[in-house]
Design a protein around this ligand. Sequence first.
Ligand code: GLC
Ligand code: CA
Length: 540
Amino acid sequence: MKWWQNAVVYQIYPRSFQDSNGDGIGDIQGIISRLDYLQELGIDAVWLSPVYASPNDDNGYDISNYQAIHPDYGTMADMDELIEKARDRNIRIVMDLVVNHTSDEHQWFIEAKKGKDSPYRDYYIWRDPVAGGVPNNLTSAFSGSAWTLDENSGQYYLHLFSSKQPDLNWENEQVRREVYDMMNFWLDKGIGGFRMDVIDLIGKVPDKEITADGPKLHDYIQEMHQETLKGRDVMTVGETWSATPETARLYSHPDREELSMIFQFEHILLEEEPDKSKWDIKDLDLVEWKKVLTKWQVELTADGWNSLFWNNHDTPRVVSRWGNDTTYRKESAKLFAILLHHMRGTPYIFQGEEIGMTNRVIQSVDEVDDIESRNMYYERLEKGYSEEELLHLINVRGRDNARTPIQWDDSKHAGFTEETPWLPVQPNHVEVNVKQALEDKESVFYTYQKLIRLRKENPILVRGDFKLLLPAHPTVFAYERQFEGERWLVCGNISSEPQEISLSESGEADVMIVSNYSRAAVDLKAIQLKPYEAFSIKLK
Ligand code: GLC
Ligand code: CA
């Protein structure tokens, strides 16, 4: 067993976590000041979204110097202090590794742009125009072509994200060397590992319009492992939107020496029309969703490892998206916690999820910070979509939903900052906040705390088999875990309507473990479930 197999990871989006110096922007000292809180929650590691030097075209996912801290966040000394103070509390810091691309303000790109003879030219991907225009049809995830013309040389460079995020050329051995050296710089500081941004794209073959899962992808990751990770007790998690259980085994089979685990997005992608964009949304089919989650649970066992998450800094908040953020906010926040933390894999909590923070509602594009949403808005406005439709899409799927400041208390700026925050705090901070949650023994926070502790004490959660029950039920997600003769039943009603289910085959109910309504006994032959009710019990 590796430490990260019964660990729970907490994602910090530093810009929105805690401001310590009144500039309205979260920072490293702010994180340090909240380590006691994280320790009380019980998490083992923090995945820290980028804190590196960056012009912030994509909020830090456009890095201009991998070995420098953005002054907004502090200094390298602050970073060293964070690593050390977290370690004192048995919390490891997992850094975000963004090496599919750099910022266009990175020294390598500045040099590369000087001309075709620049020694750095080949660090990036350049192509001549075709028929006086872009080299091919590759598009950017942030709208428009993935190619931008460099007037100076007459060539186009590739960027699968914004034009300020030029893609690195992984075919170039020197590029790979630089990345490995940089990784070792961080690993030598004693960090807990890396979350690897869009890592499935690094093997791209632009001329064939292949982006994800290119032919050399796994060679690169194996080489990276040998050059950096080997022999170190760290965890790695790759962000891989293209992953299937088959490719997940390639990444995470221990014998292959690649990564600890990956983030797969199949359950998230069920909300999109197939082969369209994240903005072509459809209603979630819960039966399909249960099927997808089950597939990952049963297909990735001894030969790989799962990560578990409902939301992150790129997605809406789970309580607003799949739960109910009004009448049943607390109930549904706890339900999703219970359902996730009883599955096999390493759970990830996105900051604020542990108090049931909700999506942000906007009325105008002027309120939008995120580049992805803004670009989509203007592109589609031109194509004739209505303003109303587009604002709806942003409210449903936009990335700012997750990025509002953490609500620490009910004061003016929610205890996040003394001054104007970079993104406004949500009006509901007066009732949804950490201070209130810590004072209320029935809060969402304490459900998370309990679930985290359970994983440490019960090998069944980490190693037990998973079996889906009632696969065709339209709203109830019920499953059983089994390990060395022990059996746990987990059950949740993802709906605001009560439900009755019958699990007569599953044996007799015994000890209640976690629940989100007070519930004394369970008759397995006729379980009455209230709106968003969820619980787990040990079976006889
Ligand atoms: C990943 C990040 C996202 C970023 C993109 C480009 O998907 O999670 O925030 O915009 O990569 O780096
Ligand atoms: Ca600050």
